[in-house]
Design a protein around this ligand. Structure first.
Ligand code: FES
Length: 344
């Protein structure tokens, strides 16, 4: 995301401010919320005013076009607690079509780590009991209540045990629902708050009125970005060594090859559409960018109808410009032959 230069300064200042708190903060307050949750009933109106911002699209890091069988269990990419403590940071984000202006959680190593969003559902509200979550403040101590508070553990037998919440998660919103009612009856935003403000927000939720109330937690979770290692092989006549590169899941194969300086378009190939030479600029109409996938075809997206028709006699071939590596957030290894027309 691009920021105006003035905003960049502000972002830098805020990020630096919070980072300083992270470095200077001694995290020694893991406390069960079970006692706090039932005793705090004060309203936290400021937080509630921003509670809807997490109703933005839940991405799960996967987009929305894959079928169920394409999807991988994203939890294999979770960061362990110790690493998550080092990675969490907070960023001021300006308003856009996707998100309201505010301070949001981020990852320090954003090139390799991303913040995913999940919903934890079905946490039953129990009279006289709390969430059963141990919280750890890793940044805080500010008068404005800003900070970073994460889940450190779950109370055995508590309401949250077995619901999918994990150490290292940050709770960004807690919503109260009643069975049979489509809409939440109350919610609080808890993203980027210190421990005290988090507890105050949770305590501001209304008291339990009926036995059929449950909570939905929107949580932020740090995950490493899955990678695909691609070994490129060149036609024997070219006498070139293999090239191996590492791509993030979701990268376009042709674009990545061009960026890395890997020869792509075959001088021998004729355009599929016109019979002439020259590529179509990644429009999927010339087939001059074709590669032969010797290993790891399952790591690519399914070819579209046009690509299937154009390459119907070449089951190993894919148009690089139409190929997304690590599709569905998969990772693994691929072996790809460039200029397949020059291979015997
Ligand atoms: S560049 Fe033309 S089909 Fe890929």
């Amino acid at each position: 995301m691009k920021f105006p230069s003035m905003t960049l300064l502000l972002v830098g200042a805020l990020a630096a401010s919070i980072s300083e708190e992270v470095e200077g903060f001694t995290a020694t307050n893991p406390v069960s919320l079970s006692s706090v949750y039932k005793s705090q009933q004060a309203r936290f109106h400021q937080l509630q005013s921003t509670a809807t911002r997490d109703d933005q699209k839940i991405n799960n890091g996967q987009g929305n076009t894959e079928s169920e069988e394409d999807r991988v269990d994203m939890n294999i990419y979770n960061l362990p607690l110790e690493q998550a403590i080092q990675e969490w940071t907070a960023n001021l984000v300006t308003e856009s079509a996707m998100v309201a202006e505010g301070i949001y959680l981020g990852a320090k190593s954003s090139r390799d780590v991303f913040v995913d969003t999940e919903r934890i559902i079905g946490i039953k509200r129990r009279q006289g009991q709390g969430l059963g979550i141990e919280l750890l403040e890793i940044a805080g101590g500010r008068e404005d209540g800003l900070g970073i508070t994460i889940v450190e553990g779950l109370v055995p037998g508590g309401a949250s045990e077995g619901r999918g919440l994990l150490p290292g998660d940050c709770i960004s919103k807690i919503a109260v629902h009643r069975t049979g009612q489509p809409d939440e009856i109350a919610s609080v935003a808890t993203e980027c708050l210190g421990w005290d403000a988090t507890v105050e927000a949770i305590g501001s939720l209304p008291a339990i009125e009926t036995p059929n109330e449950y909570l939905i937690l929107t949580i932020k979770r740090l995950r490493r970005k899955p990678k695909v290692t691609v070994n490129f092989q060149y036609p024997p006549d070219q006498g070139e060594e293999d090239t191996t590169i590492e791509l993030f899941a979701g990268e376009n194969l042709r674009r990545a090859m061009l960026v890395k300086g890997i020869k792509l378009n075959d001088p021998l190939s004729k355009r599929f559409d016109s019979g002439g030479s020259g590529d179509c600029g990644a429009e999927g109409t010339c087939a001059t960018c074709s590669v032969s996938v010797m290993e790891g075809m399952d790591l690519l997206n399914e070819p579209g109808l046009t690509e299937k028709q154009m390459l119907e006699n070449k089951p190993r071939w894919r148009m690089a410009c139409r190929a997304i590596v690590g599709y569905g957030m998969k990772e693994g290894k691929m072996t790809v032959r460039v200029n397949p027309r020059q291979w015997n």
